[in-house]
Design a protein around this ligand. Structure first.
Ligand SMILES: [Fe+2]
Ligand SMILES: [Fe+2]
Length: 400
């Protein structure tokens, strides 16, 4: 747990907190890679503007970091891009110590008063409203559902700098400030964290990415620098790449040919079926990503959703439990239906000891959410060889 202060331009600073203590982001997503909170401070003759803060509970650290740049008394504005407490967590402290004008979406006032019992000088900003501060024009754009309805972005016009809040963020703790300072495996790791973060956090609202980015373009927002509130900062090639990726994810486009198999196996019977599928794919010389939950292996569900987001086809293979769908599979399936695009094809395999039920339940979960279930093969544990042709037939129907 530490923080850094970095100078980005002649008057813009990054205050970054590296959080390696939070095990479950949003109390839900496993993040062994950690997460960073980025706050930005603009300074000038008129004082300072703070854009977003850090997670709730880090007030002392935030004030300590801020003192490296400005006196608290010089803070004129605090811009709240988003009320989620990983960014608004120090708002009350700042209001009490510096009494700034708080700028944000009209929804912010009520939420802040409720979340933090704070009374503040609040000024709501309209979509497209601008302020001039120290001869710098800053425009606020409403960007709903990235990732809450009150989310806004700030555009510092002279440097074409877009502060994007959660959008373009990523998990992971890095010593580098910019994504273009990474190369090779480190850069690949960053790209994976960015995709996983997108799927976990923004995934449910993926269609809003396109609406918001197109709106920004139509308003002439073509940033040279993109500064998100998590992860590494973007410029140059990584910025171009991530912009294209966001448009692609926003359109729900899968990675062509990517098949993901997720299975739960209590005593190894489902794993025997997985072996058949693995052999089938290796016989075709095709890749398949396989994630298994067993009595010795418990993958991170955050990773599963990260992988599922851009899969073209998904195979779900599950055990039965208490005459119901295996609980972990139920949880994963419901997250897939919430967080990933619905155009995927899904093949279902279920196995049981006494009676078949899990397959139908899993099919219903996926079907009611609009996923295309190509078929269900369900059989008693231990009978996978008898069902080999049906299993292969089911997998082949994913390609039709
Ligand atoms: Fe958020
Ligand atoms: Fe966030």
């Amino acid at each position: 747990m530490e923080y850094n202060v970095s100078k980005l331009t002649s008057n813009l600073y990054l205050l970054r907190f590296k959080d390696t203590r939070t095990k479950y982001f949003e109390g839900l997503w496993e993040i062994p890679e950690g997460i960073m909170y980025n706050s930005y401070v603009y300074t000038g003759n008129e004082g300072a503007i703070i854009f977003d803060t850090w997670k709730i509970g880090l007030g002392n650290e935030f004030l300590e970091a801020l003192r490296n740049i400005v006196d608290l008394g010089d803070v004129r504005y605090v811009v709240v891009h988003h009320m989620e407490p990983d960014h608004s967590g120090i708002l009350k402290t700042l209001v009490e110590k510096a009494d700034p004008i708080v700028l944000g979406h009209p929804l912010v006032k009520n939420m802040a008063e409720s979340f933090y019992s704070v009374s503040m000088k609040f000024r709501p900003v309209k979509d497209g409203e601008e302020i001039v501060f120290d001869d710098e024009k800053i425009i606020f754009h409403h960007t709903p559902w990235l990732h809450w309805p009150e989310t806004i972005m700030s555009y510092i016009t002279s440097g074409k700098i877009l502060l994007t809040c959660d959008a373009f963020g990523s998990y992971g703790v890095f010593k580098e400030v910019w994504a273009d300072e990474l190369s090779g495996e480190d850069y690949e790791r960053y790209l994976w964290y960015a995709k996983k973060y997108f799927a976990n956090v923004i995934g449910i609202h993926y269609e809003w990415v396109v609406k918001n980015l197109e709106k920004l373009v139509s308003r002439g927002v073509t940033p040279n620098l993109v500064l998100p509130s998590h992860g590494l900062l973007l410029r140059g090639d990584p910025l171009d790449y991530m912009y294209k990726k966001y448009m692609s994810w926003g359109h729900g486009e899968p990675e062509r040919g990517k098949t993901l198999l997720i299975y739960t196996s209590m005593y190894g019977f489902v794993e025997r079926t997985v072996k058949i599928i693995r052999e089938y794919f290796s016989g075709l010389n095709q890749d398949i990503d396989i994630i298994g939950f067993t009595d010795s292996n418990r993958p991170n569900i955050s990773d599963v959703i990260g992988e599922a987001f851009d899969a073209e086809n998904i195979i779900l293979a599950s055990a039965t439990y208490d005459a119901d769908l295996y609980p972990l599979m139920k949880h994963i399936a419901s997250l897939i239906t919430r967080k990933t695009p619905r155009e995927k094809k899904v093949a279902i395999i279920a196995q049981y000891g006494w009676g078949g039920k899990a397959g139908k339940i899993l099919e219903e979960i996926m079907n009611t959410q609009g996923f295309k279930v190509v078929g269900v093969v369900e059989f008693k544990a231990g009978e996978e060889e008898k069902y080999r042709d049906k299993i292969i037939g089911l997998i082949e129907s994913l390609k039709k």
